[in-house]
Design a protein around this ligand. Structure first.
Ligand code: DHK
Length: 154
């Protein structure tokens, strides 16, 4: 009998201050809480027969640990590095070592905002970037990872 190989979950990793979504500048980031986004993301992934590990941290070292963990435990990564996107070479270095599909997501459109948000270290190694579509962007990112995984396996 053919043995079914288990597909690893998609890691959806969220950086600093995203725990305050819902109340944090809703005109910029939308009104959904991070927990609500997590539920919608899990449902979208389930429809594609994929699992999700959804996490948030305000601690950069913890985020780096999770990205390193994703090298062997995730099938792909969706990353909203929030403020670290624009500042962190350490985040870039950890993303570079992934060797897994990586989609960078932002709720807002950084290109419509302050100049310092226009630089992204993550974009240097991301397979795709989705921004400005609020929570919907995370769902499109799930679709993108599913498509990239399909490409890799065919
Ligand atoms: C989230 C943040 O916290 C900001 O620092 C980024 C990003 C944009 C977002 O739009 O999701 O500049």
């Amino acid at each position: 009998m053919a043995r079914k190989t288990k597909v690893l979950p998609i890691y959806v990793l969220n950086g600093p201050n995203l725990n305050l979504l819902g109340t944090r500048e809703p005109e910029v980031y939308g009104r959904m809480t991070l927990a609500e986004i997590g539920k919608a993301v899990a449902a979208r992934a389930k429809a594609a027969s994929l699992g999700v590990v959804f996490r948030q941290t305000n601690h950069e070292g913890e985020m780096i640990d999770w990205l390193q963990e994703a090298r062997t435990k995730a099938s792909g990564v969706i990353l909203n590095g929030a403020g670290w996107t624009h500042t962190s070479v350490a985040l870039l270095d950890a993303c570079r070592m992934l060797d897994r599909p990586l989609i960078e997501v932002h709720l807002s459109n950084p290109y419509k905002r302050e100049a310092y948000r226009r630089r992204s270290f993550v974009s240097e190694v991301a397979d795709g970037v989705i921004c400005g579509l609020r929570a919907q962007g995370y769902l499109f990112a799930i679709d993108a990872i599913a498509a990239l995984l399909k490409d890799r396996n065919t």
